[in-house]
Design a protein around this ligand. Structure first.
Ligand SMILES: Cc1ncc(COP(=O)(O)O)c(C=O)c1O
Length: 448
């Protein structure tokens, strides 16, 4: 195997403790990305790979977008930073207005955070602040779901439901968090779109209300489609049923749209796609096309009003915020993304490409080591058959696909596929062809 251009490998790889990475494995055989343009990435060996997961679901509008680079550069020259507490600048207000045009219902109050995790933790705090403002301070519990990923700070880890993310940190997680079962049933085999069965799994929330008192539950948070655990699409009727149970018990429903937001399903948000309006929504990733960090919480107007009304004029109404909440550089990138969305009719573009992508994805069904495939819109998950221990098949297969020229993320034994919305049919074909080559090579290696 060629070692490529080793001048692109730093002298030492030891000091950087990499996140969510098998550091020992990586440092023996590094995979460094040196360039990105459109739907392609280049690695330090000079090899070009197609990006089949939009980075970590965050660059759907393509790499190296000039409009974004120029907007960011211009902003840095004009106003590089302005403190976000008791002060502001025009861009963040302009962006909030634009975001609120896309959010469903009256989720028109926009709070900026740094990333998806901080958006989730902020939504948790807003839920508590809202209930206190309404005189319901006893509502302290949160309900999450198994196989959920909401990020990695304490709040987001607590409501998340991926065991490896939780078990080391169990002693410091939030108290009072309950989990519903996930929505993936054994009969959900090779389904593109929403499964017909499983809506009754939403009744887990009703059961938690019966056992712990609905009057004690502040909010229920779900990803409308669980992304990081491999596109677990909600069964038909599931989200509506959650909505009804939340209404019955005065529980706020939070949709974590960090992955599903900004067109991934073919609608602006999964909320519109599935016709269910939550009380709050979180977003991040594609908000800036992933090039600079930004998270967002959109809240219903009643929530904002209740928190405002609970404080006298002149007081800070919500004791929460970040040094980097809605800073100029992130806002500039997000405003440039808004104009790309508008000019390129991005949501319809994703919607139009989705059937072609789904069709291609499911052609991989015949490969022996593929155990299951799920998909919705421009997202899909391919489960690999377990190989000796959980996670090995996913990681080995990811490496085989990387060698075959297609890059994505694997979680456990699931390959996470989320093409960019700017993909043309030929790019989808290339992704699927290279996935077939990579997965088949992995399969051959297992037999040898
Ligand atoms: C649904 C969801 N919520 C929250 C997060 C956390 O986002 P971040 O890594 O930006 O903190 C992620 C990240 O993948 C996510 O998929």
């Amino acid at each position: 195997m060629s070692t490529g251009d080793t001048s692109k490998i730093p002298n030492s790889l030891q000091e950087h403790w990499m996140p969510f990475t098998s550091n020992k494995d990586f440092k023996e055989n590094p995979r460094l990305i040196t360039g990105a343009k459109g739907v392609y990435l280049t690695n330090h060996k000079g090899k070009t790979m197609i990006d089949a997961s939009s980075g970590l679901f965050c660059n759907p509008f393509g790499h190296g977008r000039k409009e974004i680079t120029e907007a960011v550069a211009k902003q840095l020259e004009q106003l590089d930073y302005c403190q976000p507490f008791q002060q502001g600048f025009g861009g963040s207000f302009e962006l909030a207005t634009k975001i609120s045009r896309h959010t469903p219902g009256n989720l028109n109050r926009i709070f900026y955070t740094i990333c998806g995790s901080t958006a989730v933790e902020t939504a948790i705090k807003i839920a508590i602040a809202y209930h206190r403002a309404k005189g319901n301070s006893q509502k302290f519990r949160f309900v999450g779901r198994e196989r959920a990923y909401h990020g990695m700070n304490i709040g987001a880890t607590s409501v998340g439901g991926m065991i490896n993310n939780v078990k080391t940190f169990a002693s410091v997680l939030m108290p009072g968090v309950l989990h519903m079962r996930h929505t993936h049933l054994p009969e959900h085999k090779f389904i593109s779109g929403q499964p017909e069965t499983g809506a009754e799994l939403a009744d887990d929330l009703e059961r938690l209300c019966a056992n712990f008192g609905g009057e004690n539950i502040a909010a229920c948070i779900v990803e409308p489609i669980a992304g990081s655990t491999g596109t677990l699409v909600p069964p038909k009727g599931y989200l509506n049923r959650l909505r009804k149970i939340c209404d019955k018990h005065g529980i706020l429903l939070i949709f974590d749209e960090v992955i599903t937001g900004w067109g991934r399903t073919g609608s602006a948000f999964a909320s519109q796609e599935f016709g269910v309006i939550p009380d709050m929504m979180t977003m991040a990733k594609a908000t800036t096309n992933g090039v600079v960090p930004m998270g967002v919480v959109a809240s219903k107007e009643e929530i904002y009003d209740a928190v405002m009304d609970a404080s006298p004029k002149g007081a800070v109404e919500l004791f929460h915020g970040y040094t980097y909440s809605g800073i100029p550089v992130s806002v500039a990138a997000a405003l440039a993304v808004q104009s790309i969305i508008e000019k390129e009719d991005i949501f319809n573009r994703a919607k139009d490409m989705a059937p072609y992508f789904q069709k291609g994805l499911f052609t991989l069904k015949d490969i022996d080591v593929v155990d299951n495939i799920r998909g919705y819109g421009m997202m899909g998950g391919i489960d690999m058959k377990m190989n000796v221990k959980p996670g090995k098949a996913g990681f080995e297969c990811f490496k085989a696909c990387y060698e075959a020229g297609v890059n994505f993320k694997a979680t456990g034994d699931c390959l996470i596929i989320a093409p960019q919305f700017i993909c043309e049919e030929k790019h989808i074909d290339e992704i699927i062809d290279k996935l077939r080559t990579g997965i088949t090579n992995y399969q051959k290696n297992q037999k040898n």
